[in-house]
Design a protein around this ligand. Structure first.
Ligand SMILES: Nc1ncnc2c1ncn2[C@@H]1O[C@H](COP(=O)(O)OP(=O)(O)OP(=O)(O)O)[C@@H](O)[C@H]1O
Ligand SMILES: [Mg+2]
Length: 253
């Protein structure tokens, strides 16, 4: 049977020096769905995504399409969009050039590479900016180009770290529409982090909350089914869970 899950985390812990950023996180992401990871600032969203992308070391197990992630990542590219602000675009590269970078694993002619990159730029409605320097585009336009780069890898798994940052509500809703149609067209599994409730409940097929530990699923479902609570807590919805790690568990890491 083909693997039902695109990504599985089994008791994943990440620490930076002595500080635990995420603690024994286990989750399974069903294929072909949009999974949204929510949580307060510092809750561990970026850390979890970076662990899945093989960018930080971790304890526990991560599997991508049933294969140990380290092995998977040696052989395949995955689509990854870093949190905004973590990349500096102060270099002379065009939007098209950025998308071509996503195809670094493909052995193909320069012409084909360009054609493919153009197709993906078109999918995010950015073809008209193909030859603009990336640094000259607005934040939202840069995000679209980076989504095109992630798509250009032809990975069916996309990890998007807060792609909605800085967008007004109208752009957020347009962005979600775009993600939704890309997901359907390419049969993608998307893990996206976001710290506002915003349109999440309307589009996400699975909502998870992390505040160092994953908030139990039933609790998340309850929070999202009670509009009053959602209004009350707003973007801090995942802060309702407090964590105090007893020292014996720390030794366990
Ligand atoms: N490179 C690092 N070195 C040391 N500590 C780090 C590092 N990166 C993150 N942390 C710490 O790990 C914890 C989780 O951070 P992380 O960036 O994963 O949270 P986040 O949920 O993505 O937050 P935000 O919503 O602000 O993006 C925080 O306490 C943070 O200070
Ligand atoms: Mg983050």
């Amino acid at each position: 049977m083909a693997h039902e899950y695109a990504l599985i985390l089994d008791s994943v812990t990440v620490r930076y020096d002595q500080k635990i950023a995420i603690f024994k996180v286990s989750l399974e992401l069903e294929k072909g769905k949009l999974h949204v990871l929510m949580g307060p600032n510092g809750g561990g969203k970026t850390t979890l995504i970076r662990a899945a992308a093989g960018l930080v070391s971790y304890r526990g197990k991560i599997k991508i399409y049933g294969i140990d992630s380290r092995e998977y990542l040696r052989r395949h590219a995955i689509g990854y969009l870093a949190q905004r602000g973590s990349t500096v675009y102060d270099f002379p590269m065009t939007a098209l050039g950025i998308v071509e970078m996503g195809r670094y694993r493909f052995r193909e002619s320069r012409k084909l590479k360009q054609e493919k990159a153009m197709e993906f730029l078109d999918e995010v409605d950015m073809a008209q900016y193909a030859h603009s320097p990336i640094g000259k585009l607005s934040g939202g336009q840069q995000q679209r180009v980076l989504i095109a780069r992630a798509l250009a890898t032809e990975s069916k798994l996309l990890l998007l770290d807060e792609p909605l940052t800085g967008m007004d509500p109208r752009s957020q809703s347009k962005f979600y529409d775009m993600i939704d149609s890309l997901k359907k067209r390419h049969e993608l599994t998307i893990l996206m982090s976001n710290h506002d409730v915003g349109f999440t409940s309307a589009y996400a097929e699975n909502i998870m909350c992390i505040n160092r530990e994953l908030v139990p699923r039933e609790q998340v479902a309850r929070l999202f089914s009670e509009p009053e609570v959602e209004k009350l807590y707003g973007p801090n919805i995942c802060l309702v869970e407090h964590h105090h790690l007893p020292s014996k568990e720390k030794d366990d890491v």
